[in-house]
Design a binder for this molecule. Structure first.
Ligand code: DQA
Length: 137
């Protein structure tokens, strides 16, 4: 089984960025534990702050991989283009959020990508990614 974890803008700052919301672990540290936990899965990880690069990765992996775990971060709330890319590929996508976006500012309650994905997991900290991976097993 091949799964891509795709992270959007500012998630490269995890560990430093608003730790009271996103925790103090870097994604690289967490990814190491994920790789160990799911050693039988071929996991890949990519992060970009650029909308078009996220779309390119969806196109690149979206006809070959078994699942994509996508945290589109702030683009979740703005991007018609990412929603269209998800609709255009074959691989099922799970939308994840570290924080419970529904308990935060109103602009975070709207997701442009939720109607295009298989499921949504939000609010479990980094464990949201574990849960998304589990959903593919
Ligand atoms: C986020 C929630 C988004 O609203 C925010 O813009 C992010 C991270 C989360 O994982 O909780 O950057 O997707």
């Amino acid at each position: 089984m091949k799964i891509l974890i795709l992270n959007g803008p500012n998630l490269n700052l995890l560990g430093k960025r608003e730790p009271e919301i996103y925790g103090s672990l870097t994604f690289e540290e967490y990814y190491k534990t994920l790789k160990e936990k799911y050693a039988s899965i071929e996991l890949s990880y990519y992060q970009s702050n650029i909308e078009g690069e996220i779309i390119n990765k969806l196109h690149e992996f979206g006809f070959e991989y078994d699942g994509i775990v996508l945290n589109a971060a702030a683009y979740t709330h703005t991007s018609v283009a990412i929603a269209d890319a998800i609709k255009g590929i074959q691989t099922p996508v799970i939308e994840v959020h570290i924080s419970n976006v529904h308990a935060r500012e109103k602009f975070r309650h709207k997701s442009f990508i939720s109607p295009s994905v298989k499921g949504v997991i939000a609010g479990f900290g980094l464990k949201s990614y574990d849960l998304a991976i589990e959903s593919f097993l």
